[in-house]
Design a protein around this ligand. Structure first.
Ligand SMILES: [Zn+2]
Ligand SMILES: [Zn+2]
Length: 712
């Protein structure tokens, strides 16, 4: 065979083989509709990388800069907004040669979803001004929702007029957005007027009004809407039922709650976890922890949402220990992995019980579980430390927080005030202003109390008369009472009386008790007797008034009047709330009543009290028997004084904890004068910090002094 024919044969074979090989790949040329679809998938699933490649693909093929490319450019805006890349979306929008209404609405919706509601309103104004496109119902809905979110009712009214002119208001979605805007931003009857003008009953519009009023806190209006919905006798949807449960929780109306519950049952409503959680929450708020428990027990698939709901129901009904025990039980069986809500409920329960040690342990668990940076958990930590007596740890928890909201600031300022740190509270208030947080009515209560603690009368009046107005905070009874306290504590009794006479408010027992207490502490016995006489007639069931009046008579050595007040109290069957104090020692809480007999170590405790009291006598302690509320002889009076619950708790703490370690005691009612002066001296004698939380505030006893400066 010649060499030529060999080559020919090989070539032939090669050609045969190569025909079987796949053809070389052409550059990818997907039709534009397919690319747009792909971009939508990227937007919905936040596939940033792939979406960016598509954008690059558009640029290479010059498909994103011509007027006819508006469709895919709009898709790009939508994609970047869904991936939370607002700046890039804006760049794409700004470089568009021509825009249509979809371009505008995509950008607005994106801004709204990212929480930039003011930007939405600005964009809408530029859109109207440029005249590029006319708003459609989608744009109108977005704009009105942003007005609701940012509570810009005045601008909302202008837009309402604008949509009225263009006829968009007749569109169902726009109308419902209007209803929601008016109800959620102003709580006024405007939303109801729109409902009145409806051609026929519309469930969605009524739902919008109901949830809007609830959002605003206009409970009465919300209830009116619900009543009208009940009269219509139409079918309700999930949304209606959830709003109803919320309404019942707010109203704390058990009867209504049960009616709604039975309506849910009759409607054969789908029982999902959210509804059950809402039901448990509702019964908890209505004070029916047993009903809440029953709903919980009926649920087969229990999860963290329901577990937290039932713990919260315990918390709402002051069953703090039950909430903690429930959690401990679930932790043991590993049935529960706590979330941020669980931690908040637990920490707040611990705060109410002042269990500093348990709080510290839970703090460790928070850190381990990775919830430390959650605002709600951070707030609960600050609250727990402040209420458990360690304001220093509260401050640390506060400074550790990356994000803070109004509750964070209020908790910190309130905590400082409760600990009598008025100056620090006012400093924190200044920092809050610098941080741009807007104070609310709770902030001002703390601030006025802080002023009262440190005797800043002028500043307090400035906050009350000027600053509250500037921030649009309407003063209520609590603020007015703070002013009575501020003036009377400073000894300005005439001003306090004038204020009480002229203030446009109906005073309650707390205000009168504050004034009477000031008379007692500031030794204005003349006014005290006048106020006390009036107060026990006005509030004949309030034991505190009798005790204060009796103490005032005792201080003036008017023993007959003391006897008269006491017999009046007996005749009217007014009982003094028994004093209870507790102290936590090594994971156990020890509770003491006055004249306690049941504690296993009570004999030793009495010996300790006697020993300590005899040691502080040379330091200046003399029992203040004037305040003792029993008709007994001198020796018995002293005995009864020395067996006060807070003295027993402190003595037990001295017995059971290492030298120099701080003691934290909690008392259910106001600490009495005698215990106050005794504990001051005990703090010096034992060289310890003793923190007592009573019903009013915290007392930090150290080196013979108390942080309250003897006024509480
Ligand atoms: Zn006492
Ligand atoms: Zn004190």
């Amino acid at each position: 065979m010649s060499s030529v024919s060999l080559i020919e044969r090989r070539l032939l074979k090669w050609n045969k083989l190569s025909s079987l090989l796949p053809k070389p790949i052409e550059p990818l040329l997907l039709p534009i509709e397919h690319v747009n679809k792909l971009l939508k998938i990227c937007a919905d699933s936040s596939y940033l990388r792939i979406g960016e490649s598509i954008h690059a693909h558009f640029i290479v093929r010059n498909q994103s800069s011509r007027a006819e490319d508006v469709f895919q450019i709009n898709s790009l805006i939508n994609f970047y907004m869904k991936c939370r890349k607002t700046v890039r979306a804006r760049k794409v929008f700004d470089s568009m040669p021509e825009r249509n209404v979809v371009s505008w609405s995509a950008l607005m919706k994106g801004y709204q979803d990212s929480g930039f509601d003011l930007e939405v309103l600005k964009l809408f104004k530029s859109m109207s001004f440029s005249g590029e496109s006319q708003p459609n119902e989608f744009v109108a809905t977005v704009v009105l929702k942003s007005c609701s979110n940012s509570r810009r009712i005045e601008e909302g009214k202008q837009f309402h007029g604008c949509f009225l002119k263009s006829g968009l208001v007749s569109h169902e979605f726009v109308r419902n957005s209007l209803v929601y805007m008016y109800s959620s931003s102003s709580g006024t009857g405007e939303a109801i007027r729109i409902l009145d003008d409806l051609p026929c009953y519309d469930l969605l519009a009524f739902n919008s009004a109901l949830s809007g009023y609830l959002e605003y806190g206009a409970i009465k209006e919300g209830f009116d809407v619900l009543r009208r919905m009940a009269i219509e006798d139409s079918v309700w949807d999930d949304f209606t039922y959830m709003s109803c449960l919320r309404l019942c929780s707010n109203l704390r109306d058990l009867e209504l709650a049960r009616q709604i519950h039975s309506r849910i049952l009759r409607a054969g409503f789908k029982w999902d976890v959210v509804v059950r959680g809402a039901l448990i929450n509702m019964y908890g708020k209505c004070g029916q922890v047993l009903y809440a428990q029953r709903v919980y027990d009926d649920t087969h698939a229990q999860n963290i949402v329901l577990n937290t709901s039932i713990m919260d129901a315990y918390f709402q009904n002051q069953c703090f220990e039950e909430a903690l025990n429930f959690f401990a039980k679930k932790m043991e069986t590993k049935e529960v992995l706590p979330n941020e809500f669980t931690f908040a409920v637990l920490l707040n329960s611990i705060a109410e019980l002042s269990l500093l040690k348990h709080g510290g342990l839970l703090h460790g668990l928070v850190v381990k579980s990775g919830f430390r940076n959650h605002v709600m958990v951070g707030n609960a930590l600050v609250n727990m430390y402040a209420k458990s007596g360690s304001i220093e740890d509260a401050r640390k928890a506060f400074s550790f927080m990356t994000f803070r909201d109004i509750i964070t600031w209020n908790t910190m300022i309130g905590g400082l005030t409760h600990h009598g740190l008025g100056r620090e509270a006012l400093e924190a208030f200044d920092k809050m202003m610098i941080a741009g947080e807007i104070p609310n009515h709770i902030t001002f209560i703390s601030i006025l109390q802080a002023c009262s603690h440190i005797g800043f009368v002028e500043q307090g009046l400035y906050y009350f008369n000027q600053l509250m107005k500037q921030f649009g905070v309407q003063p209520d009874l609590r603020h007015y009472t703070c002013i009575v306290r501020l003036l009377s504590k400073a000894g300005l009794f005439r001003e306090a009386e004038d204020f009480m006479k002229t203030a446009p408010i109906e005073w309650d027992v707390v205000a009168w008790r504050s004034l009477l207490n000031a008379c007692y502490v500031r030794r204005n016995y003349r006014l005290g007797k006048r106020v006390g006489k009036f107060a026990i007639e006005m509030y004949p069931k309030d034991s505190g008034m009798y005790i204060l009046l009796s103490n005032i008579h005792a201080k003036s050595k008017e023993w007959e009047d003391v006897a008269r007040v006491r017999s009046l109290m007996k005749k009217r069957r007014v009982k003094k709330e028994p004093g209870v104090s507790w102290i936590g020692i090594r994971n156990q809480t020890h509770v003491f009543l006055s004249d306690e007999k049941r504690h296993p170590e009570i004999v030793l405790i009495y010996v300790k009290v006697k020993e300590v009291l005899s040691k502080i006598r040379p330091l200046g302690y003399s029992p203040d028997v004037a305040g003792v509320f029993h008709d007994v002889d001198e020796e018995q009076r002293e005995n009864s004084l020395s067996h006060h619950s807070e003295k027993l708790a402190v003595a037990y703490g001295l017995m059971k904890t290492p030298e120099n370690s701080p003691l934290y005691v909690t008392k259910n009612v106001r600490i009495c004068d005698d215990c106050h002066s005794a504990i001051k001296l005990i703090s010096r004698l034992s060289n310890r910090l003793i923190v007592v939380r009573d019903s009013n505030r915290f007392h930090h006893f150290q080196d013979g002094q108390c942080s309250c400066c003897d006024y509480w």
